[in-house]
Every structure is written in structure tokens, then in C-alpha cells.
Design a protein around this ligand. Structure first.
Ligand code: XMP
Length: 512
């Protein structure tokens, strides 16, 4: 495996992505815990990430001496390059104007790092982002790549197998960066591509068996990809020792709860309890308009309902969860510094503490798209794996103003027609997320010879990579016209449709 020491760069996760794409397992540890991580993982190679600090500042982060003593190959990027150079006797100077953006490196000498990619005497685009720069290389190092503003763009010690770059190979703006990282991993560290989902599945199944023994496990199944894949993996490991609980809060999309239940029971033969808590949830939400209050009510009721069901089962020692790698990385750049709560996201976060159970989290090492690959490996249909994200509080946050059973039903119908049109027009996979919102506004219309006074439905569709930022989807107006006509004709209670053309930021994807 490869260990990535995180010095706080915003893009450290991308290094991990690129390394895993080469078929090699890797982990990220924050620099404060690098020594412990290095001992635990016993990696065959180490990568130092970039970071926002200046090595010229007293007390700035350093790499553990043990890494240098062990003799493993190192790839050191940006801040990583600077700390490596300083730690091995070179010098770094601050106070230069920060350089951001594209630069061209000229290759001066061949290296296994460039094999099959870069040729001597030619120039290649890379992405730089730094303030300080190396001024004296440590003994035994030579410069094999330069750019106009970075005389130490690529500085290496081939004997020790230490490779340092001032640019970031992990970002897409360094077009050959992924292949450079692959060369480091395969040619320099010497690791084979043997990290596949099939191997991961087998390894995890064994790990779950070792952890759980003969004990009982319960899982909250929401119907989302993460909880579904986690449940299937645990089921494969311990079979009937697992019971899944689907809390049906009445806030799901049309037919969704029934489809999920049918699939897991019939196709996977998984022990699944379908809890009908619709009246409880919708009853308590009735008339509540404040978005945060809605979210809190749903979160509380979810935990209460789940707890009650678990009690009926006689409890369990283990709680299965679909926690993903981005949720557990102790990333330097995200620690510290208070951030503002925009929305209190609802998931099963509060459960383990309340119920005093141990966690089984078989997806803790995976990124979202890797979970999809694993889901496919476990036989989940593409149509299920490729579904748009759906928020935990469901349709409640798509009914601004008070929620009622009637409004939820109207919204469910409109949403189903909208998504049906999207699918029919081949747009489902192009759009990242699409849904209907039922506004608490009634407007006047005319239908046949009569006056109508009914709700407005807003349609939303966005493109995005990770949901952090998003652009509204630029539909063809004919599509919108057709979807609107169908909704108005087929759904009683809606007589007007509007399209949301807000991007995120400044809007959020959901309306609440
Ligand atoms: P926003 O509205 O914050 O949404 O731009 C970003 C993504 O997160 C989803 N979302 C949630 N997911 N629980 C969830 O599990 C929540 O409370 C929640 N709120 C928003 C939203 O659907 C979008 O994909």
C-alpha cells in the first residue's frame, strides 16, 4: 500500500483517488499522526501532500524521521517538497510572490517517473500553486525539470528514490499527472494493480465475520446507495444475523419504499422490517414551516422509531452503517475553524451513542464512486446504483411551508411525472439531481371554462460533481413545456409550473 501524509492541501483526497485508480490501496493520514499511520500500515511508498503553511515558519509541519529512515520511496508534492528538502539539509526561501496556475516544465533528464510519458528536451503543462520555493537542494539531489518560475520544479534523488515536484500532479490541470503518479506507484514503488472491488469485497466479508462473530447486527436501510451496499456486504458476511430496518416516514418518492423492500426481500433474501411510521412523521410535521425545525423533528423521530424496533428485536451488539471515506478522513484542511451550519443534515449520526452499540462500517475506506462499483459487484442493478441523490428528510424539505399528507401526495405525483419525462428524453444520467418542489402559493388559472386556484410546482435540475457547487441544468424549452403540461393535466392540485434557474452558490440545491 501507499501512505499519503496530509499537510493540509485542499486536494489531498485527489492524490488518494489517483493512486486508487492505479489499482493500489492507499490511505491518508494527517501529518500529526503520520508516524503512527506509517507504523500501522507499513506502506511500500509514501506521498507527501501540499499544504498551506510555510516551512520557513517555526513550528510548521514536518514529516516523521521514521519515513526517511525506512528507505521507502517518497513522492513529495509542493509543501511536501519543501519540507523534504529542509529536513534533508536543503534550503527554502519565503517571500516570493505566490504563483498559481498553469506553467510549462521542461524535462532535462530521463527518469522512471516520466517513463512512457515525458521526453527530455520537451515541455509539458503542469499546475503550480505555491508561495515559497526551494533554493538549495539537499545533497544527492538533482534537478530534472524546470519551469520559468520554478527552478526546482522537479528535483530528485534517484538512488534513494525520492521524487519531489513543485507542481501538483494530482489535479486535472496537470494533464499527465495521473500517469506520473501511476509511474511512481508501479515503476518506482513497485506495486502491482491488485486492489480491485472483488478483492475488497472478499477482504471485507472476512473482516466483518471476524468483528461480529455470532452477534446480531442491525442496519437502518434508507434505500440510498450507501446504506444498501453496506447492508448487502454485511448480509453476505453474516447472513441472518443481520436485520435491516426501513423506517418509512412517508416522505419518500412515489413507490420507493415498496420497491426497495421488494428488492431486498425477494432478490437478496435479506431480513428486512418495513416500519410504517407515516402517520407519526406526517402528524408531527403537520403545520411546521421552519426548515430547521422540520429537519430536527425528522431526525428525532427517526432515532425514536429505530430504537423502538431494535428493542422489539431484543437489541443487537452491532450497528451497520454506510459511512464513506470522505466522512472519516481526518483531513487537515477541514479540521479546526468553526464553520457555519447551513443545514443540519439528517442521517443516522446520533444512533450509535444513544444505543450503545459498536459500529460495523464496511465502506469506511471507499469513495462514493467506488461504492457504486462495489454495489455493481454485489449485483445491484445499474438503475438503482445510478439514482440521483435523495435527502434524508425527503419530500418534507421539498414542501416549503407546512407539510400535509395532501401536499406530499400532490408533490409525489408531480415529481414522478417530471422524472418520467427526464428518463424518456434520455436526460437522467446527464443531470446530477432533479426533483419537483411544491410551493405554498396558490395562483389563479383557467381550465376548460372554469377558474382554478391551485398550487405552483417548481422544477429543479442541476449538474454537479459532488453537490458542493452546482449549475442549473439548461433544458430545451420544449422539454420544460411538455413536462409542465403533463404535470398540470395529470396532477390535481397544481395549475402552474415554474423552473428554478439558480446555481449553487448562491442557492442551495434543495429549497430548504
Ligand atoms: P444542498 O441543498 O445543501 O444539498 O445544496 C446538497 C446535496 O445534499 C442533499 N441533502 C441532504 N442529504 N440529508 C441528506 O442525506 C439532508 O438533510 C440533506 N439536505 C440536502 C441534497 O439533496 C443534495 O444532493
Amino acid at each position: 500500500s501507499v501512505l499519503i501524509i496530509d499537510f493540509g492541501s485542499q486536494v489531498t483526497q485527489l492524490i488518494a483517488r489517483r493512486v486508487r485508480e492505479t489499482g493500489v490501496y492507499c490511505e491518508i493520514v494527517p501529518f500529526q499522526k503520520a508516524e503512527e499511520g506509517f507504523e500501522r500500515l507499513q506502506p511500500k511508498g509514501v506521498i507527501f501532500s501540499g499544504g498551506p503553511d510555510s516551512v520557513t515558519r517555526e513550528g510548521s509541519p514536518r514529516a516523521p524521521q521514521a519515513v526517511f529512515d525506512s528507505g521507502v520511496p517518497i513522492l513529495a508534492i509542493c509543501y511536501g517538497q519543501q519540507t523534504l528538502c529542509v529536513q534533508l539539509g536543503g534550503a527554502v526561501e519565503g517571500g516570493h510572490a505566490a504563483e498559481f496556475g498553469r506553467a510549462d516544465v521542461e524535462i532535462l533528464k530521463a527518469s522512471p517517473l516520466f517513463e512512457g510519458i515525458w521526453e527530455v528536451g520537451k515541455k509539458y503543462p503542469v499546475w503550480m500553486s505555491h508561495g515559497d520555493r526551494v533554493t538549495v537542494a539537499p545533497e544527492g539531489f538533482e534537478i530534472i525539470g524546470v519551469s520559468p518560475n520554478a527552478p526546482f520544479a522537479i528535483c530528485v534523488n534517484e538512488d534513494k528514490r525520492y521524487y519531489t515536484t513543485m507542481f501538483h500532479p494530482e489535479v486535472v490541470h496537470t494533464p499527465d499527472g495521473g500517469r506520473l503518479l501511476a509511474n511512481f506507484v508501479h515503476k518506482i514503488v513497485g506495486l502491482k494493480s491488485d486492489w480491485s472491488m472483488a478483492a475488497y469485497r472478499a477482504e471485507m466479508v472476512q473482516k466483518i465475520r471476524d468483528q461480529v462473530g455470532d452477534s446480531k447486527v442491525i442496519c437502518a436501510l434508507s434505500g440510498g446507495v450507501d446504506s444498501s451496499v453496506a447492508a448487502l456486504l454485511i448480509h453476505e458476511a453474516v447472513g441472518d444475523q443481520l436485520t435491516c430496518i426501513l423506517v418509512d416516514h412517508g416522505l419518500m418518492r412515489k413507490n420507493e419504499a415498496n420497491e426497495v423492500v421488494a428488492m431486498f426481500r425477494e432478490h437478496y433474501n435479506l431480513h428486512l422490517i418495513h416500519v410504517d411510521a407515516v402517520d407519526k412523521f406526517v402528524g408531527e410535521l403537520e403545520g411546521v414551516a421552519d426548515p430547521e425545525t422540520k429537519r430536527k423533528i425528522i431526525g428525532r423521530l427517526f432515532i425514536e422509531t429505530f430504537e423502538e424496533e431494535a428493542k422489539k428485536l431484543g437489541g443487537a451488539d452491532f450497528l451497520g452503517q454506510g459511512t464513506l471515506y470522505p466522512d472519516v478522513i481526518e483531513s487537515v484542511s477541514f479540521s479546526g475553524g468553526p464553520s457555519v451550519t447551513i443545514k443540519s443534515h439528517h442521517n443516522v449520526g446520533g444512533l450509535p451513542e444513544r444505543m450503545n452499540m459498536q459500529l460495523v462500517e464496511p465502506l469506511r475506506e471507499l469513495f462514493k464512486d467506488e461504492v457504486r462499483v462495489l454495489g455493481k459487484e454485489l449485483g445491484l442493478p445499474d438503475s438503482f446504483i445510478g439514482r440521483h441523490p435523495f435527502p434524508g428528510p425527503g419530500l418534507a424539505i421539498r414542501c416549503p411551508g407546512g407539510v400535509t399528507k395532501e401536499k406530499l401526495d400532490i408533490l409525489r405525483e408531480a415529481d414522478a411525472i417530471y422524472l418520467d419525462e427526464i428518463r424518456k428524453n434520455g436526460l437522467y444520467d446527464v443531470i446530477w439531481q432533479a426533483f419537483a418542489v411544491l410551493l405554498p402559493v396558490q395562483t389563479v388559472g383557467v381550465m376548460g371554462d372554469g377558474r382554478t386556484y391551485e398550487y405552483v410546482c417548481a422544477l429543479r435540475a442541476v449538474t454537479s460533481v459532488d453537490g458542493m457547487t452546482a449549475d442549473f441544468y439548461h433544458y430545451d424549452m420544449n422539454f420544460l413545456g411538455k413536462a409542465a403540461t403533463r404535470i398540470i393535466n395529470e396532477v390535481r392540485g397544481i395549475n402552474r409550473v415554474v423552473y428554478d434557474v439558480t446555481s449553487k452558490p448562491p442557492g442551495t440545491i434543495e429549497w430548504e
